[in-house]
Design a protein around this ligand. Structure first.
Ligand code: SF4
Length: 226
């Protein structure tokens, strides 16, 4: 019988949840704001992206029709804190156009599209990688798609549950193959991983503060236990 990692992954999540509490992601007022936030946070910290989100909000620009009609340079000026702002302004404008034309600027219409088909559509957009597409699928469309980032790879390879340098797809399958498709669980699990990676499992890990270093003496991190 194949060994599954379901119990281990759930225990890790429970330990993170117990230690950090629910993370209440995504920090946005509307699904469209989440979608734009997913683009703004590419290659920068959320602190930087959040300032760009606030600037768009203060300028009354969180409207897909306005963003579609806006000059790229005007969008770029508002999102300078997110870095790579010229590129991101183009991506946001293009995405807003697709959102209006193909989904009627209606998040429910977008979420009604079959998950694989919608993922392909997003990945076909310029500048959209798997992490951005999956972030939109999970956090804006509430699809049960596990989001993978650098923290996920780092933590779970240190734990010994992934080979070092595992691909996006290989990492995603660790969760997708072993957990039930549950958008709420995937939502908070990814958020917990980000919190652990930011605060404790950093490049130089602070293992003595880690809530998953050893769980009930039966499950432990290969790196943390030494
Ligand atoms: S025990 Fe250390 S290396 Fe392992 S997950 Fe925790 S912080 Fe990272």
């Amino acid at each position: 019988m194949a060994v599954t990692l379901t119990g281990d992954l759930l225990q890790i999540y429970d330990a993170l949840f117990t230690s950090f509490g629910h993370q209440h992601w995504w920090p946005a007022k509307t699904p469209f704001e989440t979608m734009v936030g997913a683009i703004l946070t590419q290659n920068v910290s959320w602190t930087n992206a959040a300032q760009a989100v606030r600037n768009l909000e203060d300028a009354g620009m969180f409207d897909p029709h306005l963003l579609t009609a806006a000059d790229t340079a005007d969008i770029a000026r508002l999102i300078v804190p997110s870095r790579y702002y010229n590129q991101k302004a183009e991506r946001i404008r293009e995405f807003a156009g697709v959102y209006v034309r193909e989904f009627g600027a209606d998040p429910a219409a977008m979420a009604a599209v079959e998950t694989g088909e919608l993922r392909e559509r997003l990945l076909a957009l310029r500048g959209f990688g798997e992490e951005t597409a999956d972030t939109i699928l999970l956090y804006a469309c509430e699809k049960p798609v596990f989001v993978v980032d650098a923290y996920t790879r780092r933590i779970f390879s240190r734990y010994g549950l992934l080979p070092e340098g595992a691909s996006y797809d290989r990492t995603q399958r660790l969760f997708a193959d072993n957990l039930e498709e549950d958008a709420e669980l995937f939502n908070d699990y990814h958020a917990q991983i980000v919190h652990l990676g930011k605060t404790i499992c950093k490049k130089s890990p602070l293992c003595d503060r880690c809530p998953i270093r050893e769980i009930h003496g039966a499950l432990w991190c290969a790196v943390g236990r030494g």
